[in-house]
Write a protein that binds this ligand. Structure first.
Ligand code: SF4
Length: 177
């Protein structure tokens, strides 16, 4: 039976593969956006745990905070174990710790679903219908007002870590990422 050591080896091997092929590998924490609403926080592998696994095979140096901007991934320079921090990195790896280290404060995302709904957050409980007014001939100004209204109603965070958090009905696959 495979155990945690196998998982660590797999994660390090994945990074090795990515580095050899000049890919930028990113890990993302599983979020409660699954269609079956089966997400269980106790089963989630956190970003910190993934980074600990990667550090068994490589040295990771976080890139400066200011270079991140509104990007979801925290990026790390990857070097061989024991290499000088001044040496040229082998590549970079990213960790998106959406649940345990939310970055909602710098979020600039708004999503328009395939059925014409504006979602001001992946976890928004409500949506703004753009399709109906579009089909009814709304003016650009009216549509812009709807968009502005949705954006200004954006909450400061996703609330996953609050006891009253409710998973939105729409799964990630029906939002568009
Ligand atoms: S505000 Fe919503 S969409 Fe933006 S980072 Fe937070 S959870 Fe994601």
């Amino acid at each position: 039976m495979r155990g945690i050591n196998d998982a660590v080896e797999d994660v390090v091997a994945l990074l090795t593969f990515a580095l050899e092929h000049a890919y930028e590998l990113r890990f993302i924490e599983q979020m409660p956006l699954d269609a079956q609403h089966g997400w269980d926080r106790s089963q989630m592998i956190s970003g910190a745990e993934i980074l600990d696994m990667l550090r068994t095979g490589y040295d990771l140096t976080p890139q400066p905070d200011e270079s991140r901007g509104s990007a979801p991934a925290e990026l790390f320079d990857v070097r061989p174990l024991g290499a000088s921090p001044d040496s040229r990195p082998l590549g970079t790896v990213g960790a998106i710790a959406s649940v345990t280290m939310p970055f909602c404060g710098s979020c600039d995302r708004v999503r328009l679903t395939a059925d014409g709904m504006i979602r001001n957050c992946l976890f928004a409980a409500g949506e703004t219908d753009l399709r109906t007014p579009l089909r009814e001939g709304a003016s650009d100004d009216e549509l812009a007002a709807l968009l502005r209204g949705s954006i200004t109603a954006k909450l400061p965070g996703h609330g996953i870590n609050q006891p009253d958090f409710l998973q939105p009905p729409r799964p990630m696959s029906a939002i568009g990422g």
